[in-house]
Design a protein around this ligand. Structure first.
Ligand SMILES: O=C(O)CCC(=O)C(=O)O
Ligand SMILES: [Fe+2]
Length: 344
């Protein structure tokens, strides 16, 4: 078949974690191919029923929180947190300079705030989470979800290392004291939406994202061959993509793919749970020495969705994105950081 007759990609591949754990060469190859190509896949084989049940519990707690009066949700609004934790109100977030139509809770590692450090400006991201007093079960459900998704993510990272010809533990040290981020997101229906974007086109800034969208909803679209394809939820499956750090560590052999979310149809809404597995803020992923056959296909590191540089140190890459996405938090607490050229 001539190259230009290759059928367009219409669907995401499915990868089985149990087969990866068992070292199945065909599945390892499929993982590498999927993340070199489209950059997104469904993940099964991680105890899918238990994942579905845990998600039901967290989504129910999330719905209870989002149903609170706005004034109650604002008690934990992120403009009260220099660490970008807590509740982002509708219209409080931007992607590519345009307002996203979603509300969300941002939850990171539970840490004390650290003193300012000019050498490590990203340390402002350390700090306590803000939890809603009205929905006490949300804290337990969210922390359990982060622990479960984090463990799945580490198994995947080991499989990636092996699939690229590195030792299984290649990435482990960078994740000894990780800085994961869970967003609990609600997208309202398009009626009343201030913009046509649930969240605008972007790449994720960390190592790896395990997304669990509420079953029965729609909206996620993934860029493939210059077109947008739908990635509908499947109950019990994660939708996985890599972030910019793995693109940097593999010189672009693995690809951080652009994706976006369209607002749900009128009268509907959608909860989704993007979990971002990241190394510690001070860490960069160790580069992978690709064998020559793979290195020949490495594309080099691309740009972020603003045409800017991708940073290897996670904290710097994360801070750049937080300052852009949450300009009200940035203006209130971090005017000095907005001046730093690498954070523009
Ligand atoms: O909600 C979704 O389906 C995706 C969200 C997302 O891409 C993100 O928050 O980075
Ligand atoms: Fe994303």
């Amino acid at each position: 078949m001539a190259a230009d007759a290759t059928p367009p990609i219409t669907d995401l591949p499915t990868i089985d974690l149990a087969a990866l754990d068992a070292g199945d060469p065909a599945e390892l190859r499929a993982l590498r191919t999927a993340t070199h190509g489209i950059g997104f896949f469904y993940l099964v084989g991680h105890g899918d029923e238990a994942t579905a049940d845990a998600a039901d519990e967290l989504i129910a707690a999330a719905r209870e929180f989002f149903a609170l009066p706005e004034s109650r949700k604002r008690v934990i609004e992120n403009v009260r947190s220099p660490h970008f934790r807590g509740y982002t109100t509708l219209g409080g977030e931007r992607t590519q300079g345009r307002v996203d139509w979603r509300e969300q809770l941002d939850i990171g590692a539970e840490r004390a705030a650290t003193p300012p450090d000019p050498q490590r400006p990203w340390r402002v991201l350390d700090g306590p989470n803000l939890w809603p007093a009205e929905v006490p079960r949300l804290r337990r459900a969210a922390l359990d979800w982060m622990a479960g998704a984090g463990a799945v993510g580490m198994r995947l990272l080991r499989a990636w290392a092996v699939s690229l010809g590195a030792p299984a533990g290649h990435f482990d040290a960078a994740f000894a004291d990780p800085d994961p981020l869970l967003k609990i997101v609600r997208y309202p229906g398009r009626d009343g939406a201030a913009s046509g974007q649930g969240v605008g086109g972007h790449k994720d800034v960390g190592a790896l994202t395990l997304l669990y969208p509420e079953p029965g909803t729609s909206g996620l679209q993934v860029e493939a061959d210059g077109r947008w394809i739908d990635a509908p939820p499947r109950r019990g499956s994660f939708i996985v993509n890599i972030g910019e750090l793995l693109e940097v560590a593999t010189d672009g052999y693995l690809k951080a793919t652009n994706h976006k979310v369209l607002p749900p149809s009128e009268g509907n809404d959608r909860i989704s749970l993007p979990f971002f597995l990241n190394p510690g803020f001070d860490q960069a992923l160790p580069p992978v020495a690709l064998e020559p056959a793979l290195a020949a296909d490495a594309r080099g590191v691309g740009q972020d969705s603003h045409g800017g540089r991708l940073h290897a140190v996670y904290g710097l890459n994360a801070l750049k994105s937080r300052l852009r996405a949450h300009p009200d938090v940035a203006r209130r607490y971090h005017r000095d950081l907005l001046e730093l050229p690498e954070l523009r």
